[in-house]
Design a binder for this molecule. Structure first.
Ligand code: NOJ
Length: 563
């Protein structure tokens, strides 16, 4: 039985909007809030419940809004506070909640707190950031920034260094300082009082640093040390999240999702166990990192389905009845999954995209769809580094070029792993449809073939697979509450799992390859071979006797038993 008091976000599907690339209403080449408002009917048609808006706050855009200058103002390129209020209202009318991005590990160096903090050691805002004296001529420690280079920057005014785990225009906030925490909570209440649906919390498990700030280990071939053991899931993280919950979040009916790289399932259980009052769910990275090399994401490894299944199984079983999973393949930091994970983004693009959708949405957790995923947008290969915009990509390019790594080799890693793969503008129509001006980043040249307009016209398109998956979630409790069981863990091409709830069993089968595979149903421990097809990405199911024939990138869900 499903308890009556279950929270709404367990049955919700979230759609992530990266505003800069979603829809431009005024022809300046940059997506904006009025553009989003104009697409609410599209999102309503898809059937999603929640929009997660990547940052829309005032920002100098060193990291596309993840460097906030003013938490209570809207980025002028995106519109005004009136536009935001209108978006909230229009979305509410059709039952869509808006979840905001909460970026509080760092601000922009143009935030007034930092301007004052850097001005003098006596500033009342000095302790809002993390300042240290240098180690002779060297920075305070050897930590590397996530965006390459040292994580410390020397400030001339006071001749000391500030910590920036991301770009030097993103100084880290000092969460040990209570006045800073109180200011953050005030800001959160400002948005919650407007009626937003919750927060996605940017690298929230980085906010508590071990104050000793010890040197990190330097791995082979690396220039800097890995400080992450000293700032990921740091000493006071649970205290801060519980305080945030008690002082702010517990007063509202909202959802929270913590972006938490480097978090184990044991830690995730602590973060998401409802009795701990921290966050509702987290974004884990373990399944996204399976094709990364040991030290960095740019060192792409071949896709290994067995590894992916193992990781997902671990998360599905560890959090069952304890915490809650987020489910995602894509976001603004990840290359497009249809061009990744063994998939084929050309001949089998439609099949691959639907297979990935079915495979993910049948797991337990709250699914996130990233703009364009719903009609199979792919990675992009720009010819010149000049066409790229992402700070992480550009810094890495500079660093590796300086090390003498050939241009082509670096470009290949950008094609596979760069964040701009996800940031090319939404492909609304055959002629683009994103902007009447010149987009801030080029559109993917495959727009005439892959776009929302074509997808909407074709009732067998990827869009309608997503639409159906969202509907199924509303209709069948097994998707939300069923137990997960992995079958054929070592099969190299098939991902086969069961969901089990009351007297029902659903079998979910996905082929992550171009091979046709034969599957004997007897290995799936099914009692009764009579089944109903819940959803599929081919027109029929091929079965002879007890043997299923699973075609390239085929996926389907079979229901056995009652219901
Ligand atoms: C994670 C965000 O998703 C990413 O886009 C951003 O660059 C970093 N955090 C820093 O805010």
């Amino acid at each position: 039985m499903v308890p009556l008091s279950e929270p709404w976000w367990k049955k919700s599907v979230v759609y992530q909007i990266y505003p800069r690339s979603f829809m431009d209403s005024n022809g300046d080449g940059i997506g904006d809030l009025q553009g989003i408002i104009s697409k609410i009917p599209y999102l309503q048609r898809l059937g999603i419940d929640v929009i997660w808006l990547s940052p829309i706050y005032d920002s100098p855009n060193d990291d596309n809004g993840y460097d906030i200058r003013n938490y209570e103002a809207i980025m002028s390129e995106f519109g005004t506070m009136e536009d935001f209020d209108q978006l909230l209202e229009e979305a509410k009318k059709v039952g869509i909640r808006i979840v905001m991005d909460l970026v509080v590990n760092h601000t922009s160096d143009e935030h007034h707190w930092f301007i004052e903090s850097r001005s003098s050691k006596d500033s009342q805002y000095r302790d809002y950031y993390i300042w240290r004296e240098g180690n002779g001529e060297l920075p305070p420690n050897n930590w590397e920034s996530v965006f390459s280079g040292s994580a410390w920057e020397k400030e001339k005014n006071t001749n000391s260094y500030y910590l920036h785990l991301f770009s030097k225009k993103q100084p880290d906030l000092n969460w040990e300082h209570q006045p800073l925490r109180d200011d953050i909570y005030k800001m959160m209440s400002y948005w919650l009082d407007k009626g937003i649906g919750g927060f996605r919390m940017d690298v929230i498990n980085f906010i508590s640093k071990d104050s000793k700030l010890l040197d990190g280990k330097v791995y082979a071939g690396q220039l800097y040390g890995d400080g992450s053991p000293y700032y990921i899931n740091g000493p006071n993280i649970h205290t801060y999240l519980q305080e945030m919950n008690a002082k702010v979040l517990s007063h509202y009916d909202v959802m929270t999702v913590g972006e938490m790289p480097g978090t184990s399932t044991d830690e995730a259980k602590i973060y998401t166990d409802p009795s701990n009052q921290e966050v509702n769910m987290i974004f884990t990275f373990e399944h996204m990192n399976i094709d990364h090399g040991p030290f960095e994401k740019w060192d792409i490894q071949p896709f290994n389905l067995v590894k992916l299944k193992k990781v997902l199984e671990k998360w599905q079983t560890a959090l069952y009845n304890k915490g809650w999973n987020s489910l995602y393949w894509n976001n603004h930091d990840q290359p497009r999954v249809v061009s990744r994970f063994g998939c084929d983004d050309e001949k089998y693009r439609e099949k691959s995209a639907k297979m990935l959708a079915i495979c993910l949405h049948m797991l337990q957790g709250t699914p996130y769809i990233y703009q364009g995923e719903e009609f199979g947008m792919t990675n992009v290969k720009f010819k010149s580094i000049e066409d790229y915009r992402d700070i992480e990509t550009l810094n890495m390019y500079k660093e590796k070029s300086n090390q003498g790594i050939p241009h082509k080799e670096i470009l290949d890693s950008i094609y596979a792993a760069g964040r701009d793969n996800a940031r090319t503008p939404m492909q609304w129509s055959t002629d683009g449809g994103f902007s009447t001006g010149t987009p801030w980043i080029n559109m993917n040249p495959n727009t005439p073939k892959i776009n929302a307009e074509l997808a909407l016209e074709d009732t067998s398109s990827i869009f309608y697979t997503y639409q159906k998956l969202i509907q199924l979630r509303k209709e069948h409790d097994i998707i939300t509450y069923g137990r997960f069981q992995l079958l054929l863990a070592n099969h190299v091409n098939l991902f086969v799992y069961k969901r089990i709830f009351e007297k029902q069993e659903w079998l979910v089968i996905s082929n992550f390859s171009k091979e046709t595979e034969l599957l004997d149903l007897s290995c799936c421990k099914i009692q009764d071979y009579k089944f109903k097809v819940i959803i599929a990405n081919y027109e029929d199911i091929k079965i002879e006797g007890n043997t299923l024939k699973v075609r390239p990138y085929e996926a389907f869900v079979l229901s056995f038993g009652r219901g």
